[in-house]
Design a protein around this ligand. Structure first.
Ligand code: TPP
Ligand code: MG
Length: 528
C-alpha cells in the first residue's frame, strides 16, 4: 500500500487549496473514492435531490458570490442529469467545476455495457463547457484542475468538466499536487484604450451598455457613465451595476423598443461585457446609426457580424475602465433619462400592470440585500425589466438557456454563498415542478429562503404565444398538485396571501421568521 493519498482524496485537498469551499454532488459506487476525501471536512458537501439541482445550485452560488463551486457526479446518468445545468452556466458565462467519474481506462470507448456507461462521455460535456478533459493518469489531475481554474480567472468564465476514470480515482496521487499560480485576466492594449478615449471625446451623444462581463466594475461603472454623462442600459445579467434611481440609468430595458430606438439614435455606443445576444436584446440585432466600441474578454464575441464595431477591444472590462477614465474629460450637459425610463418600465398591458403591483410590494418588503432568483415565468419576465436592485449579483435569471426549474436550486446555491442573506426564488406553477424536490434540500439546510410561486394554473407564456398566433391553446393547462400541502409535507412553512396587503404581511413574516417558506400567489387574486 502506498502512503500517498488516493487521487480522489488529493483532489479534494487540491480544490480546497484553490479556495473552493463547497461541492454539490450525488455519490454513487462510481465516485466513492472521491467522497473518501470529504471525510476530513475540507469541503462543505451539499446533497441535492437530483444532479440538475447540483448544477443549478453551483450556478446560483457563483452568480451570487463570483466564486466557483464544484459538482461531483457519477459516470453516465450523473453527467447527463447535470448537462442541462452546464448548458445554462455556459450560456450565461458562469464558472463551475464538474468532476465526473468515467469507466476504468481499459474500458473507455469500448461500449461493453458496463454500469453507467457512455462510450464517449467527454463528448457529452464538450459543447456545454469551456473546457472538458479526461485525466488518464493521477498526475494529469492537478494539471487539468489548474487549467480549469486558470480559465475561470483569466478568460470568459464558463463551466469546466473533468472526468476521471475509476481506476485513476482510486490510484495513489502521484505527481505534484500543489495549487498553481493562476493568471489574472488580460488588460486591453494601451493603444486600444487611447483610441476608445479619442472616439468617446469626439462623440456628442454617447451611450453605454453594461453586460454580465462588466460585473467586476463595481463602482467604476457609475464613475464611467458620470464622466461621460452618458445614458446607460444594463442587460439583465448586469442589473444593479448602476443604482436604479440614477438620473442617467435607463434600467435593464433592452427589451423595450423605445429604449432600442433611443440607442439607435446615439452617435456612439460603448458596450462592455455583453454579447448583445437575442436573449439580451429581445430582437435579432441592435440597429445603430452611430459608431460601436466594444470591450470583451472573448475575442469570438468581438467578431460579431450583426454588430460591426468601429473599435473592438479584447480585455478585462475593469482594466479598460481604469485605464480609460484618466483620458476622459468630464462631459457636461447631459439630460437625465428618467422620463424615458419611466415610459419603458411601464410598457405592457393589464397582466404586466398586475405583475408590477405584486413586484412593488415585494421590493418594498424585502431588505435591499436580498438576493432574488427567478424562473422562466411571466412574473419574472416583467421583473427582469422593472424590478430594481441596489447592487449587482442580487437579481439572478437563467437568461441564455432559459431553463425551467432553475430558480429554486439556484436560490439554494445563492443562500449558501451569502450566509445570512435572505433569498427569494420566483417561479411559475409549471416550472416550479421541474425541481421542486429541492425544497427538501433547502429545508434540510434550514436556509432563509422564500419561494414566491406565481400560479396561473397554466404554461402562461406558451398559452399566450399560441393565442397570439391565432391558435387554440394546446397542452398549456394542467392540474396542479396541492402546492401548500406538498410544501408542508417537505417541511416548508406556507402562506397563501390573497391581496397585496396580505402578500406584504406574509412576506414580512416569512423573512422575519427565517427558514424555508412557500408563498402561494394565485394570479387571479391579484387582478387589481
Ligand atoms: C427546460 C425547458 N423546457 C421548456 C421550456 C419552454 N417554456 C418556457 S416558459 C414555459 C411555461 C412555464 O410555465 P410556468 O412556469 O407556469 O410560468 P408562466 O408562463 O405560466 O408564468 C415553457 C414550457 C423551457 N423554457 N425550459
Ligand atoms: Mg404558470
Amino acid at each position: 500500500m502506498s502512503d500517498r493519498p488516493t487521487t480522489g482524496e488529493a483532489l479534494i485537498e487540491l480544490l480546497a487549496g484553490y479556495g473552493i469551499d463547497t461541492a454539490f454532488g450525488v455519490p454513487g459506487v462510481h465516485n466513492v473514492e472521491l467522497y473518501r476525501g470529504l471525510q476530513g471536512g475540507r469541503l462543505r458537501h451539499v446533497l441535492p435531490r437530483h444532479e440538475q439541482g447540483a448544477g443549478f445550485m453551483a450556478d446560483g452560488f457563483a452568480r451570487a458570490s463570483g466564486r466557483p463551486a464544484a459538482c461531483f457526479v457519477i459516470t453516465g446518468p450523473g453527467l447527463t442529469n447535470i448537462a442541462t445545468a452546464l448548458g445554462q452556466a455556459f450560456s450565461d458565462s458562469v464558472p463551475m467545476l464538474v468532476v465526473a467519474t468515467a469507466l476504468d481506462r481499459a474500458d473507455l470507448g469500448l461500449g461493453r455495457g458496463r454500469l453507467h456507461e457512455i462510450a464517449r462521455q467527454r463528448e457529452v460535456a464538450a459543447p456545454l463547457t469551456g473546457f472538458a478533459a479526461t485525466a488518464l493518469a493521477p498526475e494529469a489531475v492537478p494539471e487539468l484542475v489548474g487549467r480549469a481554474m486558470a480559465g475561470f480567472r483569466s478568460g470568459r468564465p464558463r463551466p469546466a468538466c473533468i472526468e476521471i476514470p475509476l481506476d485513476v480515482m482510486a490510484a495513489p496521487a502521484t505527481g505534484d499536487w500543489r495549487p498553481m499560480a493562476l493568471p489574472g485576466p488580460p488588460s486591453p492594449p494601451d493603444d486600444d484604450v487611447r483610441r476608445a478615449a479619442a472616439l468617446l471625446r469626439e462623440a456628442a451623444r454617447p451611450a453605454v451598455i453594461l453586460g454580465g462581463g462588466a460585473l467586476g466594475l463595481g463602482d467604476r461603472a457609475r464613475a464611467l457613465v458620470e464622466r461621460l454623462a452618458a445614458p446607460v442600459v444594463t442587460t439583465v445579467a448586469a442589473k444593479g451595476l448602476v443604482p436604479p434611481e440614477h438620473p442617467l440609468h435607463l434600467g435593464a430595458s433592452l427589451a423595450s423598443p423605445k429604449v432600442r430606438a433611443f440607442l439607435a439614435d446615439r452617435d456612439l455606443l460603448l458596450v462592455l461585457g455583453s454579447e448583445l445576444a437575442e436573449t439580451d436584446l429581445w430582437c435579432d440585432r441592435l440597429s445603430l446609426s452611430g459608431r460601436l466600441v466594444r470591450v470583451d474578454l472573448d475575442p469570438a464575441r468581438l467578431a460579431d457580424a450583426r454588430h460591426p464595431a468601429e473599435l473592438a477591444v479584447c480585455g478585462d472590462a475593469l482594466a479598460f475602465v481604469e485605464a480609460l477614465l484618466p483620458l476622459l474629460p468630464q462631459r457636461t450637459g447631459a439630460d437625465g433619462v428618467g422620463a424615458l425610463r419611466e415610459r419603458a418600465l411601464t410598457e405592457g398591458g393589464d397582466l404586466a400592470a398586475r405583475h408590477r403591483r405584486v413586484l412593488d410590494v415585494v421590493r418594498r418588503t424585502a431588505p435591499p440585500e436580498t438576493v432574488f432568483t427567478s424562473d422562466m415565468t411571466q412574473l419574472a419576465y416583467t421583473a427582469n425589466a422593472v424590478f430594481p436592485v441596489p447592487a449587482p449579483r442580487r437579481w439572478l435569471h437563467p437568461v441564455g438557456f432559459g431553463t425551467l426549474g432553475w430558480a429554486l436550486p439556484a436560490a439554494i446555491g445563492a443562500a449558501l454563498a451569502r450566509p445570512g442573506t435572505p433569498v427569494v426564488a420566483i417561479a411559475g406553477d409549471y416550472g416550479f415542478q421541474y425541481t421542486l424536490a429541492e425544497l427538501a434540500t433547502a429545508v434540510e439546510l434550514a436556509l432563509p429562503l422564500v419561494v414566491l410561486l406565481w400560479d396561473n394554473e397554466a404554461l402562461g407564456q406558451i398559452r399566450d404565444e399560441m393565442v397570439g398566433r391565432s391558435m387554440q391553446p394546446v397542452a398549456t393547462r394542467l392540474r396542479n398538485p396541492d402546492f401548500p400541502a406538498l410544501a408542508r409535507a417537505m417541511g416548508a412553512r406556507v402562506a397563501t396571501p390573497r391581496s397585496l396587503a396580505g402578500l406584504e404581511s406574509a412576506l414580512t413574516a416569512a423573512l422575519a421568521a427565517g427558514g424555508v417558506h412557500l408563498l402561494h400567489l394565485r394570479e387571479e387574486d391579484f387582478r387589481g
